[in-house]
Write a protein of this length. Sequence first.
Length: 116
Amino acid sequence: MVPLAAVSSPWVLAALLFLGGTAIAPTLTVQSSLVGSFVTGHATTETFTWLSTVAFGASAVGAAIGGALIESRFGVRGSLVLAATGAALAVAATLVPGRGRPVSPSAPSARRPVPA
């Protein structure tokens, strides 16, 4: 994201943004697959709801902070640095050891009936 601040041509910027956007669909696919594998059947809907809520909420907060940075003395470069920092923090969070393993669909807890 940081190299976008150095681009002066709108055509080069469009090409770079297009390349960056090609990662969105595979990322969302993997995200949904991971969420589906971590939860049992009775909690799937609530889990996907929380996932959507966090994604849209974080997007709104990021847009608000980015807009404030653009209007401040930091300008566009400041908002791009914010985006790059957020991406780096997201990568760092995935590297934290000791995270749980996905629940196997054949696990005994996944096969228990849900009480009515």
